[in-house]
Write a protein of this length. Structure first.
Length: 353
């Protein structure tokens, strides 16, 4: 038998190494996120040098007015929106998967994004609301109604709201809401023109006015999520164990639902329905930091924007005509998610509850 370090099982990393993994899981994404933020300001339909970007940010008089407008009014606003949307979707994914105790739970899968999407389409049809700050409240209402419907239908029956029932209900509701919204937009050319780019998940038309409209809701949602890690960790053990440990399960689920509604509704209003972010980010983080929600939430705040910014940058430079971010996240997320599923299969207890 090979000699081993005292107190360390063969084939396992020393305890000090394992304890540093969450720290590295936050430090490395922070550095990568800073690099992507810089690239987001430099790269686009027109490339600018670092000196031009810094000059525009500082308002130097030698910077051409057109460069000043492009960088400060469009690229900085677009970058801030990507940070907000990525954080919102990443954290919402962690909340949903932890609350439902199901690794397949996702804002897009449980109907939240579809509810926000249909509400905006109906608002554009009935009230002529254009895509701007005025549609944020509609998105929040749609997301909230979808959340209530999924939990209301999924909780019926003698077994209550099991994770599997909630996911199946969410998938069915997503299909219905998305189909109705698509039919309305396709049958009304004026509506289709308004939502075409947004419906694919895009930050192309982001303005500071739009950022200001969604930022308060996302920040409130993130603040609510910050109160939940301890309760969600106990909920992962099962409802009976959580109650025995003093967790108020209905209050935890309710607060998580409110936070998820704010995050998903505002993110969908800002960028349209963006797939894979809320599903992929928690999976990727668990391979590094484990299931502890105390590390998953701050990790999602950093990793979500990384995925969204990377997808937005690829969409800007991949083809002459800009590719929507939502299309890129699907191409980026699908193969990585398949690899994660192949290397880390969830236990049946995680799926079935």
């Amino acid at each position: 038998m090979r000699p081993t370090t005292a107190g360390v099982l063969p084939g396992r990393a020393p305890r000090s190494t394992r304890s540093l993994r969450p720290v590295w899981a936050l430090l490395l994404p922070s550095l990568l996120l800073l690099a992507l933020i810089a690239l987001s300001l430099f790269v686009g339909s027109g490339h600018f040098s670092p000196d031009e970007v810094v000059g525009a940010l500082l308002g130097r008089p030698d910077v051409p007015p057109s460069t000043l407008v492009i960088i400060r009014d469009y690229r900085v606003a677009r970058t801030v929106a990507a940070l907000l949307v990525g954080s919102a979707l990443g954290v919402a994914g962690v909340l949903m998967q932890s609350t439902a105790r199901n690794p397949l739970a996702d804002p897009g899968l449980l109907g939240v994004n579809a509810g926000a999407y249909l509400a905006i389409v109906l608002g554009a049809l009935t009230m002529g609301i254009s895509l701007g700050p005025s549609h944020v409240l509609l998105a929040l209402v749609g997301a909230a109604l979808a959340t209530v419907i999924v939990h209301g239908i999924g909780s019926r029956g003698p077994l209550g709201g099991t994770p599997a029932k909630l996911v199946l209900t969410g998938v069915a509701l997503t299909a219905v809401l998305t189909g109705v919204g698509s039919a309305i937009s396709l049958l009304n050319p004026s509506i289709f023109d308004k939502v075409r780019s947004w419906n694919s998940g895009s930050l192309q038309n982001t303005t500071w006015e739009g950022v200001a409209a969604v930022a308060p809701f996302i920040l409130v949602g993130l603040a609510l999520a910050a109160f939940l890690p301890g309760a969600l960790n106990t909920l992962l053990l099962g409802e009976d164990s959580a109650r025995a440990l003093g967790t108020h399960v209905p209050a935890t689920r309710g607060l998580s639902a409110v936070a998820t509604t704010l995050l998903c509704g505002a993110a969908t209003a800002a960028a349209g329905p963006v797939s894979f972010v809320g599903l992929l980010v928690p999976h990727a983080l668990r391979t590094v930091v484990g299931p502890d929600v105390r590390w998953l939430l701050p990790g999602a705040v950093l990793s979500g924007p990384i995925l969204v910014l990377a997808a937005d940058l690829v969409g800007r430079v991949l083809i002459p005509c800009e590719l929507p971010m939502g299309v890129v996240t699907a191409f980026l997320g699908a193969p990585v998610l398949v690899a994660l599923v192949r290397t880390r299969r969830p236990r049946m207890s995680e799926v079935s509850g």
